[in-house]
Design a protein around this ligand. Structure first.
Ligand SMILES: [Zn+2]
Length: 73
């Protein structure tokens, strides 16, 4: 499961929407989002291109070997 999370693209960079797996503290592109982002700024943010690319690969890749979902056949 993944969720969108607003944060800076890189430290000191522009605000973007990252993709983050649930129950983790690191985005797909490797950022740790520590600072709170206000809603008004987040609404104007774009999307993190790195997260989008990685997320697209995850959606098309087969389940990882060893994950519970991969053991049902
Ligand atoms: Zn990202």
């Amino acid at each position: 499961m993944y969720e969108m999370c607003a944060g800076v693209e890189k430290p000191g960079g522009a605000l973007v929407w990252h993709v983050m797996a649930k129950h983790t503290t690191t985005t797909l592109c490797g950022q740790t989002l520590s600072q709170h982002v206000d809603g008004a700024s987040a609404q104007r943010a774009g999307h993190c291109s790195t997260c989008m690319a990685l997320f697209g690969k995850l959606m098309t890749a087969p389940p990882a070997v060893g994950s519970p979902a991969a053991t049902d056949h």
